[in-house]
Structure formats: structure tokens, C-alpha cells
Ligand binder design. Structure first.
Ligand code: CP
Length: 311
């Protein structure tokens, strides 16, 4: 279940959700996706409620889609950015959050570089909290939108073979996706050099391999991760060129595949590193489909935590 404290509902981690909760959010997202096809792309579900986007790390997709999701539900939205705030004068996250919420917020959507920041926030503020990515811990709405896109494209999740390739160790996207995919009955294969696989990752229910070519023969979905140049020290692998040769979806690899998997990427992409630029262009519709799914999924999440009425 979505976590509940002091009468407020939160989405902090995929681990808090059961399989039924995940499938119910995906079904709800499908209803909300229909709103985007209307001439007036709005429903009054969260009219009168106020949501703050507290993004303390860079974001394009997640911040904009949470804003759009809130607006499509008729909520009022405030966007908070670090550079122009009193955080730059040394104010703590706790004081900043309490100050914002004192103005009458119903939900805080938070992205933060530290794992556990959204959880801490639930102890400090009297409103709902949604995790939009916390350090190397989790990115639950990314996993939900990825499952939504997989189900829309391939028609099922149960038994789906998903290979997640790249920097598993630093990836909150990988962590949330592994939890979510295992819960819904998909098979997960992690593809990375040993230096980018955290100790004990198999305990989450995923298998591992060092061979992308083996994974490509096996998978229905190839989920490529960005090499997080801002978090990874290059010493984890010999060079970016070597990484691309071993773990990149190069044009040569892509061309020789007889059965092509669905290629997904959470963005932003490092073209020429984890994916060749011309392959990225070829599979663009799925990757932009993930972004579009993000709005509907985040509408479903905001609706679920804020308990609106869908009209
Ligand atoms: N996938 C993702 O979280 O992208 P942003 O960093 O642009 O939000």
C-alpha cells in the first residue's frame, strides 16, 4: 500500500507497493491517459489542492511531467528551484520544507541527491510526499511509467524478459524497476561489468551477466541506463570507449539482431555511449512514449495520494 502517516498518503518506494497496487495504478493511469486526447486536457479531480515541486537536483522529464500532471488534475502548482531560494543562503532542507508547507501545501513532490530525503520529509511536514528520485535509492514513478509503457507496447508484464544494462550500482531507476518488475512477475537480467553491480543485487530477485550479446538474444525488453558521469568514477571501467564496445547498443549489434527487443531508456541519453545515435533515432518512439506515459502515471499517483474525485 501507499505509505500513510498522520492521515497523509505518500509514495516513497516501490517496496511499499504490492503487485495489486502497482497494477491498479497502471489501470488508473490508462484512464488518465485519455484526458490527454480531449480538446480540454483537464479534469477537476484535485481542484483546490496545491502541490509543490521541490526539485533540488536537475530534472527535465520528471519535473515537467509532475507539473503537467498536477495541472491536468486542476491542482495549483508551485515550482521551487534551489538557485533562487534561501537554500543557497544555507537554510536546511527541514526549514525550507516547513516554510513552504506552512503556506498551505497538500503535497510535496521531492527530488534530492540524498537517499531517504523523501522519507525524512514525511516526519517534518503535514502533507503528502511523493519521491521523484532520491540519490541512488529509488525513483518509483519512473518504474511505474516504464511498466506502463512495457504493458502498452507488449501487452503483458507477467513473464516478460527484461534486460537492464549499465550502471546498476548508481541507478535509482534500476533499483525501482527491479523491485517493480519482480513484483509483477517479470524476469530481470542485469547486464553490467562486476564493478557496476552492487554486492548482493541478486537478492532482489534478478539474475546477472557480463554479456550484452547473451542478453540481447534472451530479452523482450532492453532497458538501457545512462552512465552517470556525475556519480561514477571512470576507474570503474577502463574508458567510455571500452564501455561502449562491451555494453553499448552499437549499430553493429543492433543490425545483426534478427529478433529486435523493445528498447527503452529513462533519459537523459548519452548518445554514442550506451546507445548509438542512429539507433536512438530508430527507437525514439518508445523512448518518447515513456515520457508521455509519465504524465498519465504521475496523474494516477497524485490522485491516489491526494484522494481526489475523478470527474
Ligand atoms: N528519467 C528522469 O528522471 O529524467 P529527468 O532527470 O530529466 O527527470
Amino acid at each position: 500500500m501507499i505509505t500513510e502517516t498522520n492521515g497523509h498518503r505518500h509514495l516513497l518506494s516501490i517496496t511499499d507497493l504490492e503487485k495489486e497496487d502497482i497494477l491498479s495504478l497502471l489501470d488508473s493511469a490508462r484512464s488518465f491517459a485519455e484526458v490527454a486526447t480531449r480538446p480540454v486536457k483537464k479534469v477537476p479531480a484535485l481542484r483546490g489542492q496545491t502541490i509543490v515541486n521541490l526539485f533540488l537536483e536537475p530534472s527535465t522529464r520528471t519535473r515537467m511531467s509532475f507539473e503537467l500532471a498536477a495541472k491536468r488534475l486542476s491542482a495549483d502548482v508551485i515550482n521551487f528551484s534551489t538557485g533562487t531560494s534561501s537554500l543557497s543562503k544555507g537554510e536546511s532542507l527541514k526549514d525550507t520544507a516547513k516554510t513552504i508547507v506552512a503556506m498551505g501545501m497538500d503535497a510535496v513532490v521531492i527530488r534530492h541527491k540524498s537517499a531517504g530525503a523523501p522519507h525524512m520529509l514525511t516526519k517534518w511536514v503535514d502533507c503528502s510526499v511523493v519521491n521523484a528520485g532520491d540519490g541512488m535509492h529509488e525513483h518509483p514513478t519512473q518504474a511505474l511509467l516504464d511498466l506502463y509503457a512495457m504493458r502498452e507496447w507488449l501487452g503483458r508484464l507477467e513473464g516478460l524478459k527484461v534486460a537492464i544494462v549499465g550502471d546498476i550500482d548508481h541507478s535509482r531507476v534500476a533499483r525501482s524497476n527491479i523491485h517493480a518488475l519482480v513484483k509483477v512477475g517479470a524476469e530481470v537480467l542485469l547486464v553490467a561489468p562486476r564493478s557496476l553491480l552492487p554486492e548482493g543485487i541478486e537478492e532482489m530477485g534478478a539474475s546477472t551477466t557480463g554479456s550484452l550479446d547473451e542478453a540481447l538474444e534472451w530479452c523482450d525488453v532492453l532497458y538501457l541506463l545512462r552512465i552517470q558521469l556525475e556519480r561514477v568514477e571512470e576507474s570503474r571501467f577502463p574508458s567510455l570507449r571500452e564501455y561502449t564496445l562491451q555494453y553499448g547498443l552499437t549499430q553493429t549489434r543492433w543490425s545483426r539482431l534478427k529478433r529486435k527487443p523493445l528498447v527503452m531508456h529513462p533519459g537523459p541519453m548519452n548518445r554514442g555511449v550506451e546507445i548509438a545515435s542512429d539507433v536512438a533515432d530508430e527507437v525514439e518512439s518508445v523512448i518518447t512514449g515513456q515520457v508521455a506515459a509519465g504524465v498519465a502515471v504521475r496523474m494516477a499517483v497524485l490522485y491516489e495520494v491526494l484522494g481526489g474525485s475523478y470527474g
